[in-house]
Design a protein around this ligand. Structure first.
Ligand SMILES: Nc1ncnc2c1ncn2[C@@H]1O[C@H](COP(=O)(O)OP(=O)(O)OP(=O)(O)O)[C@@H](O)[C@H]1O
Ligand SMILES: [Mg+2]
Length: 205
């Protein structure tokens, strides 16, 4: 599935490969590199995490920036074009900043879910709500899915859980279907189930 992007400077003409600082034109190679950068980010951000860390909007944007800035100029930059995928319309560019601020203020008002962390079912429900909001926001030109999941994993770790296990879900269509329902119908029941099944307490924390 490709984006219908009207006037984007993001992709190398005629391809779905983003313009990149290393001038890589090979899709497989760039995916491998993205995976390496993401693995490094998981290590770095979980290592640096403390009870003092504020998982606010700046933190979320920094995740994208710090993970991918060596490769992409658009790292940490919110898009200024409208984007769709399949039949899903993501947040209109004109509302992006206001909606983003609203989501992170809501999360802050819920104390980043710390008050409900011991109720796994409720925790999964609220985390799925926020994951659905971020999927619908789709603020960056690329790598939204991976940064949204990284952010939710960091939030889970901060609350004493392990990173969410999405194995076997991402590979098949279930996660996409759950995303479609979240974006088009604000229905996060499938995302809730996926997150609930993938959540487990980190016994060492
Ligand atoms: N048809 C769709 N409707 C709504 N959301 C979708 C649809 N297809 C994909 N998504 C969501 O869009 C995001 C993918 O966006 P993007 O390609 O920017 O990120 P990515 O990191 O490259 O992707 P992925 O999540 O596949 O690793 C994911 O959160 C995914 O769940
Ligand atoms: Mg992508």
């Amino acid at each position: 599935m490709k984006y219908q992007l009207s006037k984007s400077w993001v992709y190398i003409e005629g391809t779905d490969i983003p313009q990149n600082r290393l001038d890589i034109k090979d899709s497989l190679f760039i995916h491998t590199l993205e995976k390496k950068l993401l693995d490094k980010a998981y290590y770095k951000f979980s290592f640096e995490l403390s009870s003092e860390t504020l998982l606010n909007e700046k933190y979320f944007i920094d995740l994208h920036k710090k993970t991918f800035e060596s490769l992409y100029e658009f790292a940490g930059v919110y898009r200024d074009v409208n984007m769709t995928k399949g039949n899903s319309q993501f947040c209109l560019a004109q509302h992006l900043h206001a909606q983003s601020t609203r989501i992170f203020e809501e999360l802050e008002s819920e104390k980043y879910l710390s008050r409900i962390k011991d109720d796994k079912s409720l925790f999964a429900q609220r985390l799925a709500y926020y994951q659905g909001e971020l999927i619908a926001l789709h603020p960056f030109y690329e790598l939204n899915g991976r940064i949204t999941r990284l952010y939710c994993d960091v939030l889970a770790i901060w609350n004493g859980y392990k990173p969410i296990n999405y194995d076997s879900i991402i590979e098949n269509e279930q996660y996409i279907q759950a995303s479609i329902e979240a974006v088009q119908y604000a229905d996060v029941s499938k995302l809730t189930e996926i997150i609930f099944n993938g959540l487990s307490k980190d016994e060492e924390s």
